[in-house]
Design a protein around this ligand. Sequence first.
Ligand SMILES: [Ca+2]
Ligand SMILES: [Ca+2]
Ligand SMILES: [Ca+2]
Ligand SMILES: [Ca+2]
Length: 407
Amino acid sequence: MSRLPLTSASCQLPIGAIWFALAFAACHGGDDHDKPHSDDTEVDDSDDTAPPADDDGDGYTTEDDCDDGDAAVNPMATELCDLVDNNCDGATDEGLAACFYGADGSAASIEDLLAAGVETAPAELVLSSPGRLVLGAGEWFASLRISADVTIEGAGSDQTTLSGGALLSVVVVEDNPSVPYGVNISSLSMVSGLGSELHQDDARFPAGGALFCRSTADSPTEILIEDVVVSETLAERGGVIYASGCDVTIRDAVFTGVEGNTTTRIGGAMYLVASSVSATNVTVTGFTSSQLAGGIYIDVNSSLTMVNSLVVNNSSGSLGGNIYSLGPVVCEGSTATAGVRGGVSDDIGGGVYLGDDLNATVTSTGCDWGSGGDDNNPDDVASDYFSGAQFSTESFACDAYDGCAAL
Ligand SMILES: [Ca+2]
Ligand SMILES: [Ca+2]
Ligand SMILES: [Ca+2]
Ligand SMILES: [Ca+2]
């Protein structure tokens, strides 16, 4: 609000919450009938109060101008990505489209870079210095290549969407052989990634539709995914996540597969190599693969820990409808919140197939393994060393060679 003069024959004072009271006192017989102008006849002017200043000349006095030393800051200014409350609404950098805050204290808008991406040509954005990327509401066609400690933060999984435009992985975390990166992704949706190309054993295939993470360092790259919804992403290996040398923590997330997917060969939702996934309140559902692991493929030196999480209704053309594992699988929770159900394998291991490795185990505490229409088919847990087990109990342990026993 700008200053408005109150005009009368005897008074000219500004209106405002405070100033109205002063004006009233001055114009209607205050304590000493003092006048606020320099031409008053009273000897002592010490109790006069000066009108509010507008030192920077932007038309707003100190009443409304939250920085009266900067004319670019005032209630009519546009909010910018600069760590300043430009429009004096009490909030800093609110409502912006895309703002990157460097760990060095810098702030830079990347709205133009992101907005240049379209569905057929997503923006390829390189984040190579540590910091925090804050995305506002809207759909952004972009693939982010990260080679630093970076946090990506949307306005909510129902507000902010990152789309790979069915061309690239939505997020790629690069390898750093010396000091692996830490990357956090939160409060957004990821759609339409098609995986990055990966060389492995002279093969070349797209991997990690939403997230591709690879580290060759001694310690793993740390990834946190929180309040994230993923749909419509595909890759030959890991429709949502391909992780090699990465520890991935996932909280409050829903991953949904693509109906009629014929792209994925192994790991409809995830493909883990020398990686761990810790999932809490996560649902992985509706994924398919033509070969192994309709839902999650767990290679040697990898593991999956699920707490109050569901891996349900995933199917494979071969071993492991929901999960194929060469490492430990842990499922904890109650039947209301946790389970491995509705998996379908055209071979064995509708729920979990345990591969030929000493570390290939399943431990279930309280999880629902389905029954009737949502049972795993043809079995809940199987390996090449024991015939398929069907469980009516929620707590049991299996290993690939000795089979299963109730806990
Ligand atoms: Ca001002
Ligand atoms: Ca100002
Ligand atoms: Ca503001
Ligand atoms: Ca600002």
